[in-house]
Design a protein around this ligand. Structure first.
Ligand code: SF4
Length: 496
C-alpha cells in the first residue's frame, strides 16, 4: 500500500510535545475571543515590536486580527509597510511557476488535479519536455523558478531531483547575444517527504521547499482531504518543514489556502507554525504564502465554500502577517487580479510575485493561453500579463525588480540570512544584487517602454547606493561598481 508506505510515523512523533502537535485549536479560538476590542495603546506597542523586527506571539497576533477601528487599521497598514521597507526596501522578487506533473494520488475536494477527476488529461513531463519548458521561461527573462509537482509515485523524490538538475542545466543565449541566461534558483512545491528523500533534493540543489498546510483546522482539513489518501494525514503535512530542515534544507516556505476555513484561524495557524520552527531550529519560514481559493475545473467547492475571503480581508491577512513574522518574504501570486496584486505589493507588504505564468503542463513551450487548456490547470489565473508588463508597472510605482539568487549561493540561507535580515544587513546585499540583476534584465529583455522607466529607477538606486555609509564602510563600492560596469558590457551572473 503506497499511501501507508509514504508516512514515517517516527518522523512525526519526534516533534510532538506530550503527544500533541503545535496547533492547539482551543487555544487559538480562545485567543481570538480574548483579544477582541483591543486597547489603542496595546496595539501601538505591538506595532512597535514589529518595527523592531521581532516575531509576534500568537496573543499579539490575535490582538491585531481583532482590530476593527479604521484609525488603528490605517496605523497597522503603515507599520506593515514600514517593516517591509526596513527589511526589503523597495524590492520585488519575481519567479515563474513550472508545473511538471498533474498526476496525483490525492483527492483534495477543491483541486482540479484530484485523482477522482477523470476528465483531467494526465501527464508527467519528460526531461526533454522540462528542458523545452525551462527554455521558454528563461526567454521571458526569468531567473528564479518554483517547480510544482502533484503527489504520485511517478513524480517522487528521484524524479524531482532529476528535474531540478535538468532545470539548472538549461542555458539560453540572451536575445541581444550578451552571454547567457539561466534559472539560478529552483524552489520546489511538492508533497511532504521523509527525511531521506529531502536529502536527495538538498543534494540536487533545491532552493526553498514549499508545502502549504491548506487549512490548520483539523475538522475542515479532514472534510476536504479524504482519510484514505496520504494528504489525509494532517500531521504528516504539518511537520513537512521540520523534516526538511532536519535534512539540511534551511529555507522553507509555509502557506495556507485562504477560503477553506476562517481566515483569522489560518493566520494564527501560520504564526504558530513559524514559532514551532523557531523553537526547534532557531529560524522561521523563509516565505509565507496565502493563495486565495479560485474556481478550479471540475471543482464545485470554490463556489460553495462559506469561507470565501474578500479583498478587504486579504489586505488584513497581508498586514497582520507582515507584522507578525516581519523577516519572512510574503508571496502574492498571479491568482490575484492585477489591481489587488499591485495594491498588496505597494501598500501592504508583499515581497515576491510571479508573472507570465502558465499553469498547464507543457504550456510554456507550446505558448498555450489559459483559455486553450482550461482542463489542464489546477486553478485559474487572475493576472495573465507578461513579465515585462508587470515589471514596468511596478517600476513606475518605484519598485525595483530583483532576480537576486545570491543569498543561497553565498551561504546566506537559514538562520544566517534570518539574522542578517533582522539586523537589516542582508537587505543591503540584496539592494546591490537587485541593481545588478535589474541591469541584466533591462539590457537583455526589457521592451523600450520598460527600459525607459527602468533606467530612471536604476539611476536613483545607484545614487542611493553611492550615498549609503554602509557600503563605504564595508568597502563594497569598488567591487559593486566594477560588477555593474562588467554587466553593462555584457558579462552575466555577477553577484555580491
Ligand atoms: Fe493533488 Fe495537490 Fe491537487 Fe491535492 S491540491 S489533489 S495534493 S495536486
Amino acid at each position: 500500500d503506497w499511501t501507508a508506505s509514504v508516512i514515517k510515523q517516527a518522523e512525526i512523533d519526534k516533534y510532538l510535545d506530550g503527544g500533541k502537535d503545535f496547533i492547539d485549536e482551543e487555544q487559538i479560538f480562545a485567543d481570538i475571543e480574548k483579544y477582541k476590542n483591543p486597547d489603542k495603546q496595546q496595539v501601538r506597542d505591538i506595532l512597535q515590536k514589529s518595527l523592531d523586527i521581532k516575531i509576534l506571539t500568537p496573543a499579539e497576533t490575535a490582538t491585531l486580527l481583532n482590530v476593527e477601528d479604521p484609525e488603528l487599521l490605517h496605523e497597522m497598514q503603515e507599520a506593515a509597510l514600514e517593516v517591509k521597507k526596513k527589511v526589503y526596501d523597495n524590492r520585488i522578487v519575481f519567479f515563474a511557476p513550472l508545473y511538471l506533473s498533474n498526476l496525483c494520488v490525492n483527492s483534495c475536494k477543491y483541486c482540479g488535479f484530484r485523482a477522482e477527476n477523470k476528465d483531467e488529461v494526465r501527464h508527467v513531463l519528460t526531461m526533454d519536455e522540462v528542458r523545452d519548458e525551462v527554455a521558454a521561461v528563461i526567454d521571458e527573462g526569468h531567473k528564479r523558478m518554483i517547480a510544482v509537482y502533484g503527489e504520485h509515485p511517478k513524480n517522487g523524490a528521484d524524479y524531482i531531483a532529476d528535474s531540478i538538475s535538468t532545470i539548472y542545466s538549461v542555458k539560453r543565449t540572451t536575445p541581444t547575444g550578451n552571454g547567457f541566461n539561466n534559472i539560478r534558483r529552483v524552489n520546489v512545491n511538492a508533497a511532504p517527504m521523509e527525511i531521506a528523500d529531502m536529502k536527495k533534493l538538498w543534494r540536487a540543489g533545491i532552493g526553498t521547499f514549499q508545502v502549504f498546510q491548506e487549512t490548520y483546522h483539523r475538522g475542515r482539513y479532514a472534510e476536504l482531504h479524504p482519510a484514505n489518501t496520504v494528504k489525509g494525514n494532517y500531521r504528516w503535512r504539518l511537520y513537512a518543514m521540520h523534516r526538511a530542515m532536519e535534512a539540511g534544507v534551511d529555507d522553507v516556505a509555509i502557506g495556507a489556502l485562504f477560503g477553506l476555513y476562517d481566515w483569522k484561524f489560518d493566520v494564527m495557524g501560520l504564526v504558530h507554525h513559524a514559532w514551532d520552527l523557531e523553537k526547534h531550529f532557531g529560524i522561521g519560514p523563509h516565505t509565507v504564502s496565502f493563495p486565495r481559493m479560485q474556481p478550479a475545473p471540475g471543482s464545485f467547492l470554490s463556489e460553495h465554500s462559506p469561507y470565501i475571503v474578500s479583498d478587504e480581508a486579504m489586505k488584513r491577512v497581508v498586514s497582520v502577517l507582515r507584522l507578525a513574522i516581519p523577516y519572512s518574504g510574503l508571496i502574492v501570486t498571479a491568482r490575484e487580479n492585477p489591481e489587488l496584486k499591485r495594491d498588496l505589493i505597494n501598500h501592504y507588504g508583499c515581497t515576491q510575485t510571479d508573472a507570465s505564468s502558465k499553469l498547464g503542463i507543457g504550456a510554456y513551450a507550446k505558448k498555450l493561453k489559459q483559455e486553450e487548456n482550461p482542463d489542464k490547470v489546477q486553478f485559474m489565473l487572475g493576472d495573465q500579463r507578461s513579465l515585462d508588463e508587470v515589471i514596468r508597472e511596478l517600476a513606475h510605482d518605484g519598485m525595483i525588480t530583483s532576480f537576486c539568487t545570491a543569498g543561497y549561493r553565498c551561504g546566506r540561507t537559514g538562520d544566517k540570512i534570518m539574522n542578517l535580515l533582522e539586523k537589516g544587513v542582508e537587505g543591503k546585499f540584496c539592494k546591490l544584487n537587485a541593481v545588478l540583476t535589474f541591469r541584466e534584465y533591462l539590457n537583455d529583455y526589457a521592451s523600450p517602454e520598460t527600459r525607459e522607466i527602468g533606467e530612471k529607477l536604476i539611476a536613483q538606486e545607484l545614487q542611493e547606493i553611492e550615498n549609503m555609509p554602509f557600503f563605504t564602510d564595508k568597502k563594497l563600492l569598488p567591487t559593486f561598481r566594477s560588477y555593474y560596469d562588467r554587466i553593462a558590457r555584457g558579462e552575466r551572473d555577477l553577484y555580491m
